[in-house]
Design a protein around this ligand. Sequence first.
Ligand code: ADP
Ligand code: TMP
Ligand code: ASP
Length: 254
Amino acid sequence: MTKGELIYNGKSKSIYKIEGEQHHVIQTFKDDVTAFNGEKHEEIPNKGYFCNQISASIFRYLEAKGIKTHFVLPYSGYEMIVKKLEMIPIEVVVRNVAAGSLTRRLGLERGKKIVFVATGSDPNTHIQEVPIVEYYYKNDELGDPLINDNHILTFGLADQSTLYSINHLARHINTFLKEYFKNINLILVDFKLEFGKDKKSDIILADDINPEGCRLWDMDTNVSYDKDLFRTGDGDFGLALEEVYKKINFSSIP
Ligand code: ADP
Ligand code: TMP
Ligand code: ASP
């Protein structure tokens, strides 16, 4: 397979054509790291390599759990061959623990576990962990604003059945990923997903999953192993990526 022309140059990844191929593309992970909608920008050596490797491991794991992902094959250390999709312009965020914009928006204490207390029952016996699923309109010019089901349907970002499937898939993926990270002693605090449609209109998990688009905290110390280290400047995001990569490779995760 020969890498063709650049189709899309994003903030942290690029998409390339494959010569003579219609239905697959190459997703290249960059060493560039940005935050606050591109306002803060640096390059971290090997960041693209670690993000590609971690994403590939997670996509393989999710495929084994029955989740359809766009991952097909590794192409190089920094690149993977993926199914070319028509992307749904929604960023789906799943939250298990209060952090980031949720704490700012609702004045919540950082680190508070997200639990659902069944109404009308004894709160001590009916507390369940129910993740919060949020939607953001994928639009850099508008700073990816928070939206709800109503906005999505009214403005035609997705139809009812697509939205239902996305919500359902996001919750399943969360269950699997919590388990994946628990194996390497990390709490999955929150994460962002993107979905696309293939030529049969099946909904496929796309983009990437790695510590750039997740919050991961050490189970014993609550220390961050994710892009918050870069956002706040309080730690070495490159080192954290390498550590997550090593934890995955030296664990029993398939
Ligand atoms: P951004 O667009 O926010 O700068 P990236 O740097 O991550 O983000 O660029 C990758 C782009 O590729 C994203 O816009 C994402 O929606 C898109 N993308 C991810 N997976 C696929 C796919 N399988 N087919 C087509 N586009 C994809
Ligand atoms: P937030 O708390 O800043 O809204 O972020 C929630 C999760 O989504 C967090 O794990 C980081 C991820 N995320 C992205 O992947 N891309 C983004 O542009 C933003 C704002 C968050
Ligand atoms: N992904 C956004 C950016 O690259 C924002 C963030 O992750 O903080 O600027």
